[in-house]
Design a binder for this molecule. Structure first.
Ligand code: HEC
Length: 170
């Protein structure tokens, strides 16, 4: 092999190596995880919960469901505990129609995402709005059933859950 041929071979293979697409370059070992930008979710979490729904559901179950069971589910679920005044003539019909209307809007029976005509995201907004404006539980019920009113702490928990969840679900 002449000196010239040797030089040409080295030149050609160097150019070839430099021009290969980056994806075929040798791995630097650790490089994958380190390349994630701060705040990026890890690939494992994305795989297990691609829509964020599982963590929102779990957070709901732990923090919010106990409140909804006590304050909302008499109307917004299949598990109605009828109040004593249910038996009063006229009241029964009123309560029955409230319950079927409430469940038609939003049914909390099976956890988040709720059975609803709206999307899971719209439900979060509607819940946050009803809690902020104090429209739920309805006024007439709070009059008869004062323990149904939400405390400030309960309101904070529900609003915090709704706000965080809006960022999590896609
Ligand atoms: C006494 C029955 C009753 C209770 C208790 C009750 N609701 Fe309701 N809720 C209704 C009825 C009836 C409707 C449908 C009519 C309306 O919007 O006023 C409704 C509608 C809603 C809606 C839908 C509003 C919309 O934009 O469509 C939300 C959200 C809601 N309720 C949240 C709650 C939450 C949260 C609680 C507990 C803190 C609760 N409700 C407790 C009867 C109830």
């Amino acid at each position: 092999m002449t000196k010239r041929t040797k030089f040409r071979m080295i030149f050609v293979s160097t150019v070839y190596i430099l021009l290969r697409p980056a994806s075929t370059w040798p791995h630097q070992g650790h490089h994958h995880d380190k390349d994630l930008k701060p705040g990026a979710t890890t690939p494992q979490i994305q795989k297990k919960d691609p829509t964020g729904m599982i963590s929102v559901r779990e957070d709901y179950r732990q923090r919010v469901e106990p409140i909804f069971k006590k304050n909302c589910m008499d109307c917004h679920s299949a598990q109605t505990h009828y109040p004593w005044y249910y038996k009063i003539p006229g009241i029964k019909q009123m309560i029955d129609s409230d319950i079927s209307e409430a469940r038609g809007h939003l049914d909390f029976s099976e956890g988040y995402p709720f059975k609803s005509h709206a999307t899971p995201l719209e439900d979060l907004d509607a819940i946050a709005e009803s809690v902020q404006k104090g429209t739920m539980p309805p006024f007439s019920y709070r009059l008869m059933h004062t323990s149904l009113a939400l405390t400030d702490g309960e309101k904070k928990t529900i609003l915090d859950w709704a706000e965080k969840s809006k960022l999590l679900i896609k």
